[in-house]
Design a protein around this ligand. Structure first.
Ligand code: ZN
Ligand code: ZN
Length: 346
């Protein structure tokens, strides 16, 4: 806040409210000065906030969180305050401005909090590690049940049920199960389609545990893969390995992306890799840093990112292999350890 010349800061994005206070409700506003930290909640959340929040004063508000925030700002001498421009509606901003001093200068905080969240502390890493372990276990349990005749939805439902049964708070995102030609859609929704012999199946899943997420993709083949499928699978696995080799503290994000892209280009698959190589994972499923083509920022030690090259071929299907990894000074530690070399189901 000092570096950005923000004596006051108002945070409204739930992921950032959780990061700063520990409160996990869906609505809450936290405001910070150099000496004070407040968490404003409505009566639905008072008890939960008192239980979960640490290091902030919990204030129950009955007439609108932003209106109450505006009242607090009215009592300040400072006239500059940061707000989260990507997580405040126009209506909310108007309410805030109407209630706060006319001289108050509202400054977009940009990714102030998201940037702080890039480097995970030990507690965060241990939560993500647990979420990843649970996700890997659930995947390995279910592999034996993936077979022709079962629907994508049934597999997705089973994965999510088992995550919860193992203690997860739920799925970190809607589980993707995409088979056959549908696997050519990188973010296909699980449908009622039944799996058929000779198809590729992409399973993209992640549990949420203690507020932290995991993200993992495996691709299976139903039957004995022929030469083409083997070669394509090998190309994607190879691209993931190349990217991992370059990933360590201090590397430019775009260099990791380039490693995966170069590897696929050598197999003539460059134009089939239609998304970036990876993204940060933590309180949100997609958070900085992004491992993309034009990302010049360096990846710090303690960042948790996915490495997930994929190829998508219309009418044929797709292959994606994704792991969540912890970035260290010397390289990476893979947190989603589920098998990748047992990928076809006879
Ligand atoms: Zn994923
Ligand atoms: Zn991902």
């Amino acid at each position: 806040m000092a570096a950005r010349k923000l004596p006051l800061l108002m945070v409204t994005k739930p992921a950032n409210v959780f990061y700063l206070t520990g409160f996990r409700g869906s609505a809450g506003v936290t405001i910070w000065s150099g000496t004070e930290a407040l968490l404003l909640v409505d009566p639905r959340y008072t008890l939960q906030a008192q239980e979960q929040a640490h290091g902030v004063e919990v204030v129950e508000v009955r007439d609108g969180l932003l209106r109450a925030a505006a009242r607090w700002f009215r009592k300040r001498r400072e006239k500059r305050a940061g707000f989260e421009e990507s997580f405040l509606t126009w209506e909310g901003f108007q309410a805030l401005r109407r209630g706060s001093p006319a001289a108050m200068k509202w400054l977009p905080a940009g990714s102030l909090l998201e940037n702080l969240r890039v480097v995970k502390d030990d507690l965060e890493i241990s939560q993500i590690r647990k979420a990843c372990l649970l996700t890997s276990e659930v995947y390995e349990e279910i592999v034996g049940e993936v077979r022709p005749g079962i629907s994508e939805k049934d597999i997705a439902g089973e994965l999510e049920f088992r995550m919860r049964r193992k203690g997860a708070e739920g799925a970190a995102f809607e589980t993707i199960v995409a088979s056959g030609a549908r696997a050519a859609l990188p973010h296909a929704r699980a449908s009622a389609k039944l799996l058929e012999p000779g198809e590729l199946v992409i399973l993209d899943l992640g549990a949420i545990l203690g507020g932290y997420m995991a993200d993992m993709t495996r691709t299976l083949y139903l039957g004995t893969p022929g030469r083409r499928v083997r070669s394509l699978y090998g190309s994607v696995l190879n691209a993931q390995e190349r990217a991992m080799e370059d990933l360590r503290a201090g590397v430019k994000a775009q260099k990791v992306d380039a490693a995966a892209r170069r590897s696929l280009a050598r197999k003539g698959l460059a134009d089939r890799f239609t998304h970036s190589t990876g993204h940060g994972v933590g309180i949100e499923i997609h958070e900085p840093p992004r491992l993309g083509k034009s990302e010049k920022k360096r990846v710090p030690a303690g960042a948790v990112v996915t490495v997930e090259p994929g190829i998508y071929l219309k009418d044929f299907g797709g292959i994606r292999i994704e792991d969540t990894v912890l970035v260290t000074e010397t390289g990476t530690e893979v947190l989603t350890e589920a098998v990748k070399d047992r990928w076809w189901i006879e």
